[in-house]
Design a protein around this ligand. Structure first.
Ligand code: HEC
Length: 102
């Protein structure tokens, strides 16, 4: 439980330090890029629930990211701009379910 808490705190603190995860000039390359560099920290590590293969409506993902959702922190436009957020929401909506874990 302690390590989960640490992981949940580490990212928001990194966010305060600026666009620590965007590539190069602070521009996100694609929805997949945002997913891997931001969402994946929690959603590929079982800290957050699996998002892939669930056809989550993009509007839902966008609302969760902007407003936060219970244990999930909100991400402001200064960190993920509207365009990149739209792309990652689209990426999640169309993604295939992850391979079953053995
Ligand atoms: C710091 C960890 C963390 C990061 C980073 C993170 N999330 Fe989450 N997310 C969570 C947690 C934890 C929950 C579950 C919240 C709860 O139920 O209390 C969640 C829930 C969600 C949900 C709701 C899932 C459902 O089953 O209804 C969506 C959608 C979501 N996150 C999208 C995203 C997207 C998109 C990103 C990347 C921009 C992202 N999250 C980044 C931790 C994170």
């Amino acid at each position: 439980m302690k390590s989960r808490l640490a992981a949940c705190l580490a990212l928001p603190l990194a966010l305060l330090a600026g666009q620590a995860f965007a590539d190069g000039d602070g521009v996100w390359k694609s929805g997949e890029n945002v997913y891997q560099k931001v969402c994946g920290h929690c959603h590929e590590t079982n800290i957050g629930p699996n998002l892939k293969g669930r056809q989550l409506p993009p509007q839902y993902s966008i609302a969760v990211v902007r407003n936060g959702f219970r244990a999930m922190p909100a991400f402001p436009a200064s960190f993920i701009d509207d365009k990149a957020l739209g792309q990652v929401a689209d990426y999640i909506a169309k993604s295939a379910a992850p391979a079953a874990k053995p």
